[in-house]
Design a protein around this ligand. Sequence first.
Ligand SMILES: *[C@@H]1O[C@H](CO)[C@@H](O)[C@H](O)[C@H]1NC(C)=O
Ligand SMILES: *[C@@H]1O[C@H](CO)[C@@H](O)[C@H](O)[C@H]1NC(C)=O
Ligand SMILES: *[C@@H]1O[C@H](CO)[C@@H](O)[C@H](O)[C@H]1NC(C)=O
Ligand SMILES: *[C@@H]1O[C@H](CO)[C@@H](O)[C@H](O)[C@H]1NC(C)=O
Ligand SMILES: *[C@@H]1O[C@H](CO)[C@@H](O)[C@H](O)[C@H]1NC(C)=O
Length: 435
Amino acid sequence: MRIKYTISLVFFGALVIIEMENNIISRVSDKLALKQTPQTPLQPSGLSHILPKHNASFTKLSKTNSAFSLIKRRLENYSQHKEVVTRGRKHILLLATTRTGSSFVGEFFNQQGDNMFFLFEPLWHVEKMLTLETGGTNATAAAKAYRDVLQQLFLCDFSLLESFIEPLPVNHITTGLFRRESSSSLCQESVCSPVIKGVFERYRCRTRRCGPLNLTMASESCLQKEHRAIKSVRVRQLENLRPLAEDPRLDVKFIQLVRDPRAVLASRMVAFAAKYKNWKQWAIDGEVPIDDDEVRKLKWNCDNIRLSAEIGLRQPAWLRRRYMLVRYEDIARFPMRKATEMYRFVGIPFTPQVKSWILKNTQASKETSGVYSTQKNSSEQVEKWRFSLPFKIARVVQKVCGPTLKLFGYKFVSSEEMLTDKSISLIEDKVFNFV
Ligand SMILES: *[C@@H]1O[C@H](CO)[C@@H](O)[C@H](O)[C@H]1NC(C)=O
Ligand SMILES: *[C@@H]1O[C@H](CO)[C@@H](O)[C@H](O)[C@H]1NC(C)=O
Ligand SMILES: *[C@@H]1O[C@H](CO)[C@@H](O)[C@H](O)[C@H]1NC(C)=O
Ligand SMILES: *[C@@H]1O[C@H](CO)[C@@H](O)[C@H](O)[C@H]1NC(C)=O
Ligand SMILES: *[C@@H]1O[C@H](CO)[C@@H](O)[C@H](O)[C@H]1NC(C)=O
């Protein structure tokens, strides 16, 4: 009995102390915010060497930083407390590659309602800035930048992302945040500043008229939300994100979205016609040169997706209850069931808003579907590629992506007839999850 009381008292005492400390720190932080504009972003830890631009501003910022470093560290500790105390907060990362239906699945979270902060492809800016003259990126450097930006964004800190936006935001204001309108959180009243006449908004909100995005307002709104979700097609290796899974301030849930690589290639040949012109040429005439760079790239993509999934499915301790694999084909055929499963995995209630959005957008007519549209007759969509991809191309994909097809349960085709025979399904029933 006595022990029980003592424990309760100690526990209560600890809470009071934490609370007092929080109050003091937040008062300090209020003062700091008033005195100090622009605010000091967090030190971009070790990133300056890979930033080809904005290096001058970084030097300037680090000087300001040192003066406030102690208070900043305290603030970090404070936010750590806050994040741990806020039980039930989830950080959802939807990982995919292009043409796997990730915009559609992203909507499952974007439509969740008022307690979700959703970001659509924030890493677009990072990739763009790190793109070298050769057209590619330094994979090591990019992986680190992606991870650090994601980690900050999950904590509602936009400062590192800001350093990658071009042109560089002034006083945390930008007109150029990629696809702002695809994030309902960034077009809400609380993040909507007045329209400025004559200022062009490339990615302007559709639900209401807003002026340039104030990233401080975005951050404040993010902090108010219970959950946070980010969709990205840019992360190559799940393993690179291990520090996020191990960050005690975060409760990260990774959802990896995959699709039949043959269908992905068919879709990319239409959507990114210029980039895939070699494939189109090979489809029309001639053989596919198996040692071509394009073919190597396809293999590299397939291998990355498979390696990430293998790690996820193996469920190492750091990923336990944090990883879910979802096939595009299952979502397209059973959207409601899969969405329900995803929400159960993440551990937050499935809202009526999401449900009605799915109903509305999976029974839409063909006419409304554009290249990037999420409005599709989804059952029909799943099989369409089988009539546009020549058998010889499908065979090449099977050759270089064989282990990937096998892992995800996509059946190989042995002839043109089999490829176009709709009575043969190429999707094996497969259960990946263990929630
Ligand atoms: C960044 O630094 C390099 C070398 O120090 C310099 O040549 C370049 O002009 C700088 N770029 C900017 C945007 O300041
Ligand atoms: C922040 O917390 C760490 C351990 O969690 C501690 O070592 C460090 O001294 C704290 N920093 C400040 C400034 O309170
Ligand atoms: C890629 O970046 C890392 C540092 O981030 C550097 O050590 C490495 O040399 C770079 N690789 C190439 C091929 O430039
Ligand atoms: C951006 O929003 C913050 C927080 O609401 C506000 O303090 C700041 O003045 C805004 N910046 C501009 C340029 O309006
Ligand atoms: C969607 O496509 C399937 C398969 O082709 C078809 O049976 C169904 O009628 C279509 N639904 C709508 C609403 O167009």
